[in-house]
Ligand binder design. Structure first.
Ligand SMILES: Nc1ncnc2c1ncn2[C@@H]1O[C@H](COP(=O)(O)OP(=O)(O)O)[C@@H](O)[C@H]1O
Ligand SMILES: [Mg+2]
Length: 257
């Protein structure tokens, strides 16, 4: 695997360099550059169809870019399949496979600890060296952190939309995750629970975990955000928290807020 080290960028966790992607004539992404530091909360905003989700799909390996590079912790991860990107420490939330809904919250967290890419040898080694009690203890710690401890033995199908989002954060925490990417984490979540989700997200910062968020509810997320990128027609048209907030017209025009 290629190692990339450019001077002055050592503390960058993620760098997206000139990513482009088209779908049958639609240029979804057109030379997008973004970067994130460790523990930083970065928000991406832009109108519908501007390329936000496609950007996340390419970073997480679910969509292959036409050109450009993705560098994570100094390593070129461009074009790696999703499970290998996940193994390197980028978690993407809110994709609970259906069958897991029948398992309890505790079981869902314990399963997340095991990597699907580890293979037989990996699981053997883990079972040998990692005590089940340790994994259980960690799962309970995380449930506590999320305020879901009372529901530990409930099936996931009992959870509300917001609680499901909290659980997804928990699944990411079971692993050595450095970056969590979320497409609209509080969309459709009741305001009270949305605050709760955001508070937990902010606490992740103290654990050194960075967040890349797409979210329309600016009123709720802005207090937590370190940096903002505005995307329109597949291009970054503004960036920087202060710069973007100094120009309310950017937000108004591009979000219709
Ligand atoms: N799988 C796909 N096939 C064809 N067109 C797509 C696909 N995914 C996204 N697009 C198009 O790419 C553009 C950007 O979409 P998207 O990234 O979903 O925007 P956003 O998340 O900002 O709403 C849109 O024009 C959309 O129709
Ligand atoms: Mg989208």
């Amino acid at each position: 695997m290629k190692q990339t080290r450019s001077s002055g960028n050592e503390d960058l966790l993620l760098t997206v360099e000139g990513i482009s992607k088209h779908f049958e004539g639609v240029k979804a992404l057109d030379g997008v550059n973004i970067s994130l530091r460790e523990g930083e909360i970065v928000l991406i905003i832009g109108p519908n169809g501007s390329g936000k989700s496609t950007l996340i799909e390419t970073i997480t390996g679910f969509c292959r870019e036409d050109s450009g590079r993705v560098i994570f912790r100094g390593e070129d991860i461009t074009g790696l399949p999703p499970h290998l990107i996940y193994e390197r420490g980028i978690a993407r939330t809110f994709q609970i496979p259906r069958p897991l809904k029948r398992l309890t919250l505790l079981e869902n967290l314990m399963i997340a600890e095991k990597s699907p890419g580890d293979g037989i040898w990996g699981s053997f080694r883990r079972n040998w060296f990692v005590k089940e009690e340790e994994v259980t203890a960690r799962a309970f710690e995380i449930l506590d952190f999320l305020g879901l401890e009372n529901l530990w033995d409930h099936p996931v199908s009992d959870l509300s939309g917001g609680q499901l989002k909290l659980l997804e954060i928990g699944r990411a925490l079971m692993r050595d995750t450095k970056l969590i990417i979320m497409d609209e984490p509080i969309a459709g979540v009741a305001p009270q629970l949305a605050e709760k989700v955001l508070e937990r997200l902010e606490k992740l910062k103290n654990l050194g975990i960075a967040l890349l968020l797409i979210e329309h509810r600016l009123d709720l997320v802005l207090p937590f955000v370190d940096n903002i990128y505005v995307i329109a027609d597949g291009k970054v048209i503004a960036s920087g928290r202060e710069e973007v907030l100094k120009h309310p017209d950017v937000i108004e025009v591009y979000l219709g807020a």
